[in-house]
Ligand binder design. Structure first.
Ligand code: LLP
Length: 442
């Protein structure tokens, strides 16, 4: 199984910046996101702070949409809410015309709250609870991607009880190795996701006989951070084959949901090219006559966000440790997947200063609380700010308050200005909802 990380030589600070048009280094103002100085944001709201670029997200949505338009492939994009579920970001993608892909009633309600219509929401996930399905169906959810025979029966029963017909797609497990990190691959037969191809025809027929469900088609999602079109081609060929086989057996198949997983460049690996992806989709689905849907998350949001932190101190202990005020509870990907994230100093003078190896860590009492090992960085004195790059997806959503660390603020940069979109959590809010029981009498 391939590692999460690209194994080429590490890019230097100039390379990191050059590969990211959303970031600029200004001689006076230092590092900017969409031309807004990160120093100004940290001055006003403190650190650690999440900063997201609205222009970058819109541009990435447009690039994906246009790639399919150029191939003459009508594509319905459902943003995978799990990547970054902030209301402001859901609202932004809603305004671009996206639907949503959700995996819980919480995500469903967020999407609704942000303005996405229920009919444009797809519900995925291997374990949807009865109460969640009931609420989603009652609210008129557009499609439920079903992952087992058991779930088909459950949904039909709930829908029948509510007097509605659930629009479902069967998630097929294509048994394809997406070549990603073992913890995020989903398309292998051994994974918990989806329904084996050989079981689909019988289940499709069974579903057609049930009162509460109507099967629209087939869904797939083979993994995340996929950097090549090949696993997609293999999976989608199997999906197209399934569509044809089902139709030959007299079934009605209208929809093919091709999932998400488009990878981005964290180190110096090129991200998946949307034009190449769209061309692959056209080649494999050409003439199939299905309504195509997809569910990208990381591709749309990842490169648009940074986690901005400040140096608490530099510790010399045989090697150099740069201790930040941001930690693994904020950005968990390095600790959880050994993921590589670029780190840029915010001040221009530091950016241009000579770099030597340092371990970049957080203040949490765990060895895993480490953002980078032997990373070439300049001298970073207490108070110096750094940006952890490509943190717009699977960043804030995966954070916790471990070590009683309040959750950071979040700021949205847009059209040359910036605005607070999440207040920094108060320390008192950490124990909101907790109770100390009165002593129990014997
Ligand atoms: N659709 C389904 C059914 C999914 O399970 C996922 C992601 C997506 C769409 C969106 O995938 P994307 O386009 O964002 O790759 N926490 C991990 C990533 C987990 C992805 C889980 N499923 C990370 O930080 O890398």
């Amino acid at each position: 199984m391939a590692d999460m990380n690209f194994t080429g030589p590490e890019p230097d600070l100039q390379d990191l910046l050059a590969a990211r048009p959303q970031l600029q280094m200004h001689a006076q103002d230092g590092l900017c996101l969409e031309d807004v100085p990160l120093n100004a944001i940290a001055d006003q709201y403190g650190t650690p702070v999440w900063v997201y670029g609205a222009g970058t997200m819109r541009a990435r949505f447009a690039a994906l949409r246009d790639a399919f338009a150029a191939e003459n492939v009508p594509m319905h994009i459902h943003y995978a809410v799990k990547a970054n579920d902030h209301l402001a970001i859901l609202n932004l993608f809603c305004e671009q015309g996206a639907g949503a892909d959700v995996v819980s009633i919480g995500e469903f309600r967020r999407a609704i709250k942000a303005g996405i219509a229920a009919k444009n929401i797809v519900y995925s996930g291997v374990g949807k609870a009865e109460a969640e399905l009931e609420a989603a169906l009652a609210a008129g959810i557009g499609q439920i991607n079903v992952e087992s025979a058991e779930e088909v029966e459950m949904i039909s029963a709930i829908a029948a009880r509510l007097g509605v017909v659930a629009n479902i797609a069967l998630r097929m497990n294509p048994d394809v190795d997406a070549g990603t990190h073992a913890k995020i691959t989903t398309g292998l037969a051994e994974n918990k996701f989806g329904i084996a191809a050989e079981d689909i025809p019988a289940l499709y027929a069974r579903a057609a006989s049930l009162p509460g469900v109507q099967v629209a088609g087939i869904a797939m999602h083979i993994g995340s951070q996929i950097l090549s079109t090949e696993p997609y081609r293999l999976a989608y060929e199997k999906g197209a084959e399934m569509v044809r086989a089902l139709r030959a057996a007299g079934q009605n198949v209208e929809v093919l949901d091709i999932g998400g997983g488009l990878g981005i460049g964290y180190q110096d690996e090129p991200g998946l090219n949307p034009a190449a992806f769209a061309a692959t989709v056209r080649q494999v689905t050409h003439g199939l006559g299905v309504r195509l849907m997809m569910e990208p998350g990381r591709y749309l949001a990842g490169p648009a966000g940074v986690l901005l932190g400040a140096v608490i101190l530099q510790k010399q202990a045989g090697k150099r440790f740069v201790v930040l005020d941001a930690a693994m509870n904020d950005l968990m990907r390095p600790a959880m997947y050994e993921a590589w994230h670029g780190i840029l100093p915010v001040d221009a003078s530091a950016f241009h200063a000579p770099a030597t190896p340092a371990d970049v860590v957080g203040p949490i009492c765990e060895t895993a609380d480490q953002f980078a090992t032997n990373r070439a960085l300049p001298d970073l004195q207490p108070g110096a700010r750094v940006a952890l790059l490509d943190a717009g997806a699977y960043g804030a959503v995966m954070s916790s308050a471990y070590n009683a660390r309040p959750r950071p603020a979040a700021v949205l940069v847009d059209r040359g200005g910036f605005e607070l979109i999440t207040r920094r959590q108060d320390v008192d809010a950490l124990w909101e909802g907790e109770m100390i029981p009165a002593p129990r009498r014997a």
